[in-house]
Design a binder for this molecule. Structure first.
Ligand code: ATP
Ligand code: MG
Length: 340
């Protein structure tokens, strides 16, 4: 593995500039806290989670909600796949799980399916990645609460995602939620500052036998900001093209494609994506204050507040301490400007 490899990192040796975060997360997990990692897209949440788990060296399974939105099913099939490494001898039956589960079905599942497996495992980490894509918040929180209550000593969850959909039910469980009253630790993963970004670019280029002067580094950083995902993609392109300017061009092109696809998929979350885009467009045109945004978009106070909060939770918009809003990803900003 290398710093500029584009898969999420799982080996702490290739996790750049996150020593403190890694230490903190490892401490939490050691003391059996369940942790939710929040932060903008491509900031390195999955990498941080995987590296912490690797560092602890316990058994683990990964559930990627983008691949299957049915939590029970993916939990059971991940357990089944890892049966040998988890040291489970008995056959794992995967009950047929429909999306709309009745409470009684849940109980049967918990008792017969889950308990049969978790009862026999040793200390286990479960990484639920991109949890906002899970469906059925009630079912998910019920399973989590069950595991929390019965297997806290041996099963620890690390969850990543945006604070919407199921994630919202996990982070802010209402009084009626099965998860209510159970403490889950939140950790914010922040983008890199200029110095760390430049350090990463230098270390990565050195590793692949290339060079990068500070001026070029600053140009790249200005275009991609301190988002590890884009900087890594640049590094990957630079490794292959061996020339920084075409590599930056190629990176921006690919990054725009990725962001455009994501914008499309937000529509599937059923959160009024068209209106969100209207707000992002207004931001890209330079309207950064709430009052200006109201004037520009024509949305009322309540609606706009809601959209700003959703955009913030999705990691697309930041608010500074002076109350100004900004698009958090320069690539998204460019893409929106081009479409205006
Ligand atoms: N600290 C780091 N050191 C080296 N590379 C990193 C680091 N953090 C992230 N990366 C790289 O950046 C990219 C995005 O990382 P990752 O998938 O972990 O981010 P994420 O926050 O989970 O993103 P997403 O929002 O898409 O789920 C990957 O290519 C990964 O290898
Ligand atoms: Mg991720």
């Amino acid at each position: 593995m290398k710093l500029f490899d584009t898969q999420p990192k799982s080996d702490p040796r290739y996790l750049y500039g996150r020593e403190k975060e890694l230490e903190t997360l490892v401490q939490y997990l050691k003391q059996k806290d369940w942790v939710i990692l929040l932060g903008p897209r491509r900031v390195g949440k999955t990498s941080l989670a995987r590296c912490a788990i690797t560092k602890l060296g316990y058994k683990n399974i990964v559930i990627d909600a983008r691949e299957n939105s049915n939590f029970m099913q993916s939990l059971m099939s991940s357990l089944k796949e890892s049966r040998a490494s988890l040291g489970l001898r008995a056959e794992i039956k995967i009950p047929h799980v429909s999306l709309n589960l009745g409470v009684s079905y849940n109980k049967v599942f918990l008792k017969e399916g889950l308990n049969a497996v978790l009862g026999k495992t040793k200390r286990l980490f479960i990484l639920v990645d991109e949890a906002q894509w899970l469906s059925n918040p009630r079912g998910v929180t019920m399973i989590l609460a069950h595991i929390y209550d019965y297997y806290y000593d041996k099963v620890t969850f690390v969850i990543t995602g945006s604070t919407i959909g199921v994630m919202k039910s996990i982070i802010e469980p209402g009084a009626k939620s099965p998860l209510y009253g159970r403490a889950i630790t939140k950790m914010d993963v922040k983008r890199w500052g200029t110095t760390v970004s430049l350090g990463f670019l230098k270390a990565g280029t050195k590793e692949v036998g290339l060079e990068m002067d500070t001026k070029t580094g600053i140009l790249v950083e200005e275009n991609l900001d301190g988002l590890p995902g884009w900087l890594t993609l640049f590094g990957y392109n630079y490794t292959h093209l061996k020339n920084p300017n075409p590599a930056l061009k190629e990176t921006i092109k690919e990054a725009k494609k990725i962001v455009a696809q994501e914008l499309e998929s937000i529509g599937k979350l059923g959160i009024g994506s068209e209106r969100l885009i209207v707000v992002v467009k207004a931001l890209a045109q330079g309207h950064t204050r709430f009052a200006d945004l109201i004037e520009e978009t024509g949305f009322n106070n309540t609606s706009l507040s809601k959209y700003m909060s959703t955009l913030n939770k999705l990691g697309y918009v930041d608010k500074d301490n002076k109350g100004n809003y900004a698009i958090s990803d320069p690539i998204l900003e460019q893409l929106i400007k081009e479409k205006l």
